[in-house]
Design a protein around this ligand. Structure first.
Ligand code: SIN
Length: 295
């Protein structure tokens, strides 16, 4: 299925050799590719399939310009402009994920899947490291597809037909914890009045690319299970959350300037580890549009 590609040495490479699974529960490295190059439609198709298969693709040493970052993203889908997080100066389509040495709160510091509060949730994000701390600042990923596969058949049957509710309000709205507690987010998070999104999605979705089943709830944005009261939904969701976060479903990615992670929101969770107080971490994130999701 993979074609061939000319590597840095000018030698034709077998594309299957370029994909190296992490060997952990999620993700694969893509080697021998320069994302600043113009990629053929065939190559984009192969990367899309690899993303569906592995949930997140990691690239090293991609010191690309913001323009090249956008060109790469647009090969997959139109760019989704973030409503709540500040953008890079001069580039409204690129979200700036920043923590300064004097700040304590980071962005994305808990397990979540982006945009589940939207009725057509974003497909994924392409996060590029610009400045990284000397130690720490890793991002963890978890496979919601692998987590589904490792449930017992009987438990999986209890998930059939369930729908979960999601919202942006408690995370980004005026009542959000960071707003109420006056956390140090000035200039990074804002536009609280725009946090009005609520959605309902099947609790288990069929992944639009791989056709695998994926558990589509997350601790960040899921607010309940349709038709259940909180006393019923909360312990049930906790069982799923504890299961998805098991080490055997996860991988912890260590960044360096020029590293890229391209993740699929329909197949993964992620968690930005906040263990580098006193140092600067600057990431450029482009999010791309997705589609309505089905069971
Ligand atoms: C995010 O949640 O998009 C931020 C991830 C990160 O900074 O590692």
């Amino acid at each position: 299925m993979w074609g061939t590609r000319r590597g840095a040495s000018g030698v034709e490479m077998d594309m299957t050799e370029m994909i190296q699974p992490t060997g952990s529960g999620v993700g694969a490295f893509v080697n021998g590719i320069d994302l600043a190059d113009s990629l053929s439609d065939n190559m984009v198709g192969e990367l899309r399939n690899a993303l569906g298969e592995h949930g997140v693709l990691f690239f090293r040493d991609q010191n690309i310009s913001p323009e090249a970052h956008m060109t790469f993203a647009e090969k997959f889908a139109p760019i989704n402009v973030n409503r709540f997080i500040a953008h890079v100066d001069g580039y409204p389509k690129i979200t700036q994920v920043l923590k300064e040495p004097g700040q304590k709160k980071n962005i994305g510091g808990g397990w979540h899947t982006d945009h589940t509060y939207d009725t057509e949730p974003a497909m994924g994000s392409i996060l590029l490291a610009r400045e990284t701390p000397k130690h720490g600042g890793d991002t963890m990923y978890a496979s919601t597809c692998r987590a589904y596969e490792t449930l017992s058949d009987s438990f999986r049957k209890t998930l059939d037909g369930l729908k979960a509710t999601h919202s942006s309000r408690h995370v980004f709205g005026p009542q959000a914890r960071y707003v109420q507690k006056g956390e140090d987010t000035a200039g990074r998070l804002g536009n609280n009045e725009a946090a009005t999104q609520d959605s309902v999605h099947p609790l288990v979705i069929t992944h639009p690319i791989s056709g695998k089943k994926s558990i589509y709830v997350n601790p960040g944005f899921t607010t309940g299970i349709e038709g259940w009261n909180d006393a019923e939904a909360e312990p049930f969701l906790k069982i799923l959350y504890d299961h998805i976060a098991k080490p055997e479903h996860t991988y912890r990615f260590q960044w360096a300037p020029g590293s890229i992670a391209f993740w699929d929101n329909r197949a993964t969770w992620h968690y930005a580890v906040n263990d580098y107080h006193g140092e600067r971490r600057l990431m450029h994130r482009i999010t791309i549009e997705g589609e309505a999701l089905a069971a």
